[in-house]
Design a protein around this ligand. Structure first.
Ligand code: ATP
Length: 370
């Protein structure tokens, strides 16, 4: 449970409609002060609209926005203690880097800006570039100037709208770590919009996964990955194997399910579906949690593991691991990423195999939800 802080960002019933189209359904969300928070979702899910309502760039159709104690729902952007960094950087091309960063201070009539600007340039590691023009910097460096320019006015909240979208993959990865470092150093709340699940997982303390104008699930990256509540979240964050099963009985903290001809065990705490006998559950397991054993050696698999049988349809060696696709009566195109240790030469397409895993790595979803 989170305690409320005076600097939390609080959205209460916030919504946005365009004519008869609802871009954001009434949404309640608290972003804890000082956290790195990501709004994650596919194109069109409403994440940018949500961010823009926090910034004051979009008028909500309903609900309220609080920044700490202050209600800011109808305040113009410049009166809110927030600043936004956009994908396009929006730097002034004719001003050098120093003056781009100094801009916000000068506009407020502050005369002696040197110390503050230099500190900010140090923070984003651009001290050496102060007298260059934006076009003389790389995309990643320009984006860091945009961050410095937004932070110099000491906002309580920094909003980042796909800030790394224009960068190539390698630079993107570097900038993810860089932004995380900057956030930790300055300690203010960052709200980051992205469609890239890996980016959200790398950077954020808390991620809100959005789908069709609603928050589908909120949690830490580990929570969302290991314990998704819906098939949408399970499939949006990484790969999931989903097996159709039926609740048979309970055994202590576990549920025992029937799948195909066999049984699977699932910790009840990891199941978001109703667990009454006969209920339909989608049993999920991540590819890297699964071990693969040739059917001839199935007798050597430890007791108590979940297991299903299948046949290797395809395998590809990808360096650190081998990726297998398995055809199984309970789950077509089951994906398995097996670590490439003690590789069994018989694990080739056509081989009969047993897939097995620790029941603790199993999650359960409501088969009737979609
Ligand atoms: P993207 O990553 O593509 O920007 P998003 O998740 O940020 O997507 P939003 O930009 O928030 O999505 O848009 C949500 C929905 O609202 C989309 O279907 C979009 O077409 C619609 N929308 C956004 N702005 C307007 C507008 N001014 N008028 C009508 N519809 C709009």
């Amino acid at each position: 449970m989170t305690t409320e802080h005076s600097g939390d960002v609080r959205l209460s019933g916030i919504s946005k409609t365009y004519g008869s189209f609802t871009a954001v359904h009434p949404l309640d969300l608290t972003v804890p002060q000082g956290s790195f928070f990501a709004l994650l979702g596919a194109s069109g899910c409403g994440k940018t609209t949500t961010l823009r309502m926090i910034a004051g760039l979009e008028e909500p159709s309903g609900g309220t926005v609080h920044l700490g104690e202050q209600e800011v729902t109808h305040l113009p952007p410049y009166k809110r203690p927030v600043n936004t960094v956009f994908q396009s950087y929006a730097l002034f091309p004719h001003l050098d880097i120093f003056e781009n960063v100094a801009f916000g201070l000068r506009r407020r009539g502050i005369k002696s800006v040197k110390k503050q600007v230099e500190e900010m340039l140090e923070l984003v590691q651009l001290g050496e570039q102060a007298r260059k023009k934006p076009h003389q910097l790389s995309g990643g460096q320009q984006q860091r100037v945009a961050v410095a320019r937004a932070l110099i006015n000491t906002p309580k909240v920094l909003l980042l709208d796909e800030p790394l979208g224009a960068l190539d993959l390698k630079l993107r990865r570097q900038m993810q770590l860089e932004l995380k470092r900057i956030q930790t150093e300055v300690g203010i709340t960052f709200i980051h919009v992205t469609h890239d699940q890996e980016e959200a997982m790398t950077m954020a303390d808390t991620v809100a996964v959005m789908n069709a104008g609603r928050v589908e699930q909120l949690g830490s990256p580990t929570d969302l990955y290991e314990n998704p509540d819906t098939t949408f979240v399970a499939n949006f964050l990484g790969t999931s194997n989903l097996i159709e099963a039926e609740v048979d009985t309970k055994n202590g903290d576990d549920i025992v399910l029937k799948a195909g001809g066999g049984k699977l065990v699932l910790p009840e705490a990891r199941c978001s579906a109703p667990t009454t006998t006969g209920g339909k559950v989608l049993v999920g397991v991540r590819p890297e949690k699964i071990s693969l054993t040739h059917a001839d050696e199935a007798g050597e698999i430890a007791e108590g593991r979940n297991r299903i049988t299948g046949r290797i349809a395809d395998s590809s060696f990808i360096g650190v691991s081998t990726q297998y696709v398995i055809d199984s009566p309970v789950c077509p195109e089951f994906e398995v990423y097996a670590q490439n240790i003690d590789r069994d030469a018989r694990l080739v397409p056509g081989a009969e195999v047993v897939l097995h895993w620790n029941p603790a790595h199993t999650f359960g979803l409501d088969a009737a939800q979609d």
